[in-house]
Ligand binder design. Structure first.
Ligand SMILES: C[S@@+](CC[C@H](N)C(=O)[O-])C[C@H]1O[C@@H](n2cnc3c(N)ncnc32)[C@H](O)[C@@H]1O
Length: 485
């Protein structure tokens, strides 16, 4: 049996917390037995399955092909195990390569860089012995990217089929501050159970990622249709078997595309420059005609259809308010991708710790915001608050966020019969929405813990929880218990 047709083991990686969404995508490609693990999904099959996942998976970041698995307690056993892999299956002496490593829990292999160097030596030595010439290393733009993963003495070697990570679909031609990664946006849509046949609104669209990903999925446009992949530079990609398999996959993906999205998609924002960014990106993605672009404040929006999904990713820190930056919310030029706001004024992981230790965020006695919601200042000996500049700024920031969140939650109440999906990085939002979410899902944007929340607003608008100020009043009035949220 040819190498391409033989059985292989793959690991598709994704953001932590989105593994379930990725497993569903892989199952939808008729790949049986996919198994979720932390940060990704394992599956097995011929090489063509790996190519199909590269082309179709919206939530995946990379697709890795396992080429070796062995015990590595130290540098020598790592070298020996790596050298035993039949590298000439995947490379010639003219193939350039890179090795990256991620090593944990092995005392004799503390440095990932050193482990990567050992593997590089093993690969180069093995190929020189087999082919009489050694391949070159190209750390920036290799033909074959090798990845080493070692945990508790178990070493695994993978080849990266994707090359450029899969979230880089090729349509992001312009950026606003802190755009969502395309793969995370796709996971939000999947985990939030967003229906392609219903109207879709993102009222805080930034660079438009959620609306564009929704349009691509609704029109069944495979996310990898307009880009190239790492495996296309592998020697095996020139073989008839792989070429035919890839042509088949591309032809089927093209045939599946719908000419128009089945329902309206609205992309709006407070900043006109951001709306222009979204328009440019949508045009590059080939879905501009499916989207309507508007400049609007989220606090003033109302539904135009009896049912639909409002899906959004509000700011959760100072940078995302369009403040404290030279752009004031305007687009920035493409360049290094910032992670989303790591300077959020309070965070879900912080809240988890606060709740675990029994403390609650400080609130003014009337439930309002006349005290800092999460950071009370230290007190001077005379009892007056000792504000330092950083605490005061954080306080002002939180008050602004609270004002925005309160306005958003009032606006969202007008969307009766709609599903509201919010990717939130700040627990203040959870309080301000004043509804029990139908879905509350913990996930991670890099190291930052965030929440995907779906609220179903009933057609009669019922079921809203008391506001913090009602709660404060009730708890102070004798004989009435305050309902807990
Ligand atoms: C976290 S960003 C959204 C990023 C977006 N999901 C993306 O992928 O580019 C939040 C967006 O909300 C916008 N925004 C802030 N306040 C707003 C308001 N009152 N009305 C509408 N949009 C607002 C900001 O300009 C920013 O673009």
């Amino acid at each position: 049996m040819s190498l391409a047709a033989g059985q292989h083991r793959f690991f598709a990686t994704c953001a932590r917390g989105t593994e379930g969404a990725l497993r569903r995508e892989i199952a939808a490609l008729r790949i049986a037995g996919a198994r979720g693990d932390m940060g990704g999904v394992w599956f097995e099959g011929p090489l063509e399955m790996g190519l199909a996942v590269c082309l179709h998976a919206r939530v995946a970041m990379r697709v890795l092909l396992e080429v070796g698995r062995f015990v590595a307690n130290d540098a020598d056993s790592l070298y020996t195990g790596a050298r035993a892999v039949d590298w000439k299956n995947w490379m010639t002496s003219r193939t350039t390569l890179s090795v990256s490593a991620d090593v944990s829990d092995v005392p004799a292999l503390r440095h990932s860089g050193f482990a990567a160097l050992k593997v590089k030596d093993a690969v180069v030595d093995a190929l020189r012995d087999a082919l009489g010439a050694r391949p070159d290393v190209n750390p920036r733009n290799p033909d074959v990217a090798i990845r080493l993963h070692v945990q508790k003495s178990e070493a695994r070697l993978f080849l990266d089929l994707a090359g450029e990570p899969l979230h880089r679909r090729g349509y992001r031609v312009a950026m606003t501050e802190a755009p969502l990664k395309e793969s995370l946006a796709a996971a939000v849509l999947s985990l939030g159970r967003v229906d392609h046949d219903l109207a879709f609104v993102d009222p805080m669209c930034g660079s438009g990622t959620l609306a564009i990903e929704h349009a691509l999925a609704a029109r069944r446009i495979a996310p990898g249709l307009s880009r190239r992949f790492g495996f296309q530079r592998w020697p095996i990609a020139k073989s008839d078997v792989v070429r035919r398999a890839w042509d088949r996959l591309i032809a089927a993906a093209r045939a599946d595309v719908l000419p128009r999205a089945p329902a309206p998609i609205v992309c709006s924002e407070r900043f006109s420059a951001a709306v222009e960014t979204a328009r440019k990106n949508a045009a590059a993605a080939g879905v501009e005609r499916d989207l309507t672009f508007e400049v609007a404040d989220v606090r003033e929006i109302s539904p135009r259809w009896p049912a639909g999904n409002l899906v959004t990713n509000p700011p959760y820190g100072e940078r995302l308010m369009g403040e404290g930056t030279s752009t004031g919310g305007a687009p920035s030029s493409p360049g290094p991708r910032p992670g989303q706001d790591e300077r959020a004024s309070s965070s879900y992981s912080g809240r988890t710790r606060a709740v675990a230790s029994g403390s609650r965020p400080a609130r003014a006695p009337d439930g309002g915001t006349s005290l800092p919601p999460t950071r009370a200042p230290a007190l001077r000996p005379d009892g007056s608050p000792a504000w330092d500049a950083a605490t005061r700024d954080a306080h002002v920031q939180e008050l602004k966020l609270l004002g925005l969140y309160r306005g958003m939650s009032e606006a969202f109440e007008r969307f009766r019969g709609w599903g509201i999906v919010v990717l939130s990085g700040n627990p203040l939002w959870t309080d301000e929405m004043r509804r029990r979410p139908a879905i509350s899902h913990r996930l991670f944007n890099g190291a930052l813990e965030i929440r995907l929340l779906r609220y179903d607003i009933p057609p009669d608008g019922g079921g809203r929880l008391p506001s913090p100020s009602d709660e404060g009043r009730r708890s102070r009035s004798p004989g009435r218990g305050a309902p807990r949220r």
